[in-house]
Ligand binder design. Structure first.
Ligand code: SF4
Ligand code: SF4
Length: 173
């Protein structure tokens, strides 16, 4: 009798879901809105002054577990660093987000946009022109260069929000 019970239970489940509204989402006609912190295509953002945020410090490149970021640093006359070129190989990227975590200037950010599949794998290598956007991404107000990174103009302790330098000798016994 056990087998009849199992048999009927199976049919009952089928009947129960037979007239239920389908939950299938018809992609790509319907694109489910993804959370803002979803991790997909990477961008290089700009600060509120419209300048590129990246200071070519190589931290993202060093932390990337699959070594898919490369760049060449350069320096402007005022001491501001920037990447002469910046390249991400999305064919290798695993969208772990470590580069975003490591970036001191909030330049590199992952976005929810994921529709980038290509037949030609070389088209997944993005250059700086493809990565650099005209906005600040998730944190529009942050401006690393307001606090650090440009050539010093005043004495130590005179920059915006900078604390007075510590006199090391005052710590001696
Ligand atoms: S998301 Fe991860 S794998 Fe992709 S570039 Fe950043 S650190 Fe590398
Ligand atoms: S994106 Fe950020 S971590 Fe990477 S080189 Fe530029 S400033 Fe450094």
């Amino acid at each position: 009798m056990e087998w009849i019970k199992g048999f009927l239970k199976g049919f009952a489940t089928t009947l129960k879901v037979l007239f239920r509204k389908p939950v299938t989402e018809q992609y790509p006609e319907y694109k489910r809105p993804l959370p803002a912190r979803s991790r997909a295509v990477i961008i290089l953002t700009r600060d509120p002054d419209g300048e590129e945020r990246c200071v070519a410090c190589y931290l993202c490149s060093a932390v990337c577990p699959v070594s898919c970021i490369s760049m060449q640093s350069a320096e402007r006359e005022d001491g501001r660093r920037y990447p002469r070129w910046f390249r991400i190989n999305f064919a290798r990227c695993i969208y772990c987000g470590l580069c975003e975590e490591a970036c001191p200037t909030l330049a590199i950010q992952l976005t929810p946009y994921f529709e980038t599949s290509q037949r030609d794998v070389l088209k997944l290598v993005y250059e700086k022109e493809d990565l650099l956007v005209n906005h600040g991404g998730k944190n529009k107000e942050y401006n690393f260069y307001r606090y650090a990174g440009v050539t010093m103009v005043g004495d130590k302790g005179t920059h915006i929000d900078e604390e007075e330098p510590v006199d090391l000798k005052s710590n001696l016994p």
